[in-house]
Design a protein around this ligand. Structure first.
Ligand SMILES: N[C@@H](CCC(=O)N[C@@H](CS)C(=O)NCC(=O)O)C(=O)O
Length: 208
């Protein structure tokens, strides 16, 4: 059975989403980040970055959340996986863009809002994020124009990966009203049973 390291509340969330889409059995491995278990010698053998998520599938170890979602979809011949080289190019395009461009300001904001103690908070980080995010959201809004999904006219790894990042902006209560295409598409992505299951897992994790 696939072992997964990392809480559904973290970047691992998108990997749980994919596992649920595929209906695969998995085992959530305990990882106490407060006790720095992700920096322990044993875990560093799995992910030398000391970060979550990582999976172990048989003997095979993989880290980087979006590499994991793509690997799982391809391995299990899911319709979410790319069906040809061109689709794969576009799925990688949107995934790298989401991780590098869109997620960076969103996570900087999230860290300031949730984790930086008041005396060390830097309001400029949040101001800068708010300034730059519309540029990226305009790219996504244009990319969705006239389409239901990002690639291949069906829900794919690209939608799952990008929606998992856009979800942060809703959580941060960023004004999403200027982006009707994104809102419509997010409605479709987040109403999927696997996404709903992830929401429930997050609610349970938060309550504990
Ligand atoms: N690009 C990586 C980012 C992983 C990452 O930054 N994970 C965070 C949790 S969301 C983490 O493990 N942080 C602990 C640390 O950096 O020490 C991925 O998507 O897998």
């Amino acid at each position: 059975m696939i072992k997964i390291y990392g809480s559904p509340m973290s970047s691992a969330g998108r990997c749980y989403w994919m596992l649920e889409e595929l209906g695969l059995p998995y085992e959530q491995m305990p990882m106490n980040m407060r006790e720095k278990q992700h920096k322990s010698p044993d875990y560093l053998k799995i992910n030398p970055n000391g970060k979550i998520p990582a999976i172990i599938d048989g003997e095979y170890i993989l880290w980087e959340s979006m590499a994991i979602t793509n690997y799982l979809a391809k391995k299990h011949n899911s319709p979410l996986a790319p069906q040809n080289l061109e689709e794969e190019g576009h799925i990688m395009q949107w995934s790298f863009w989401a991780l590098v461009d869109l997620q960076t300001p969103a996570v900087n904001w999230l860290i300031q809002a949730l984790f930086v103690p008041d005396e060390f908070k830097n309001p400029k980080v949040i101001e800068d994020a708010k300034k730059v995010l519309p540029n990226y959201l305009n790219t996504l809004e244009a990319g969705l124009k006239g389409k239901t999904y990002l690639v291949g006219n069906r829900f794919t790894v690209a939608d799952l990966n990008v929606a998992s990042v856009v979800g942060l902006l809703y959580a941060l209560k960023f004004d999403m009203s200027p982006y009707p295409e994104i809102n419509k598409w997010m409605g479709l992505c987040t109403s999927r049973p696997a996404a709903q299951k992830l929401d429930k897992m997050r609610a349970t994790a938060q309550a504990h």
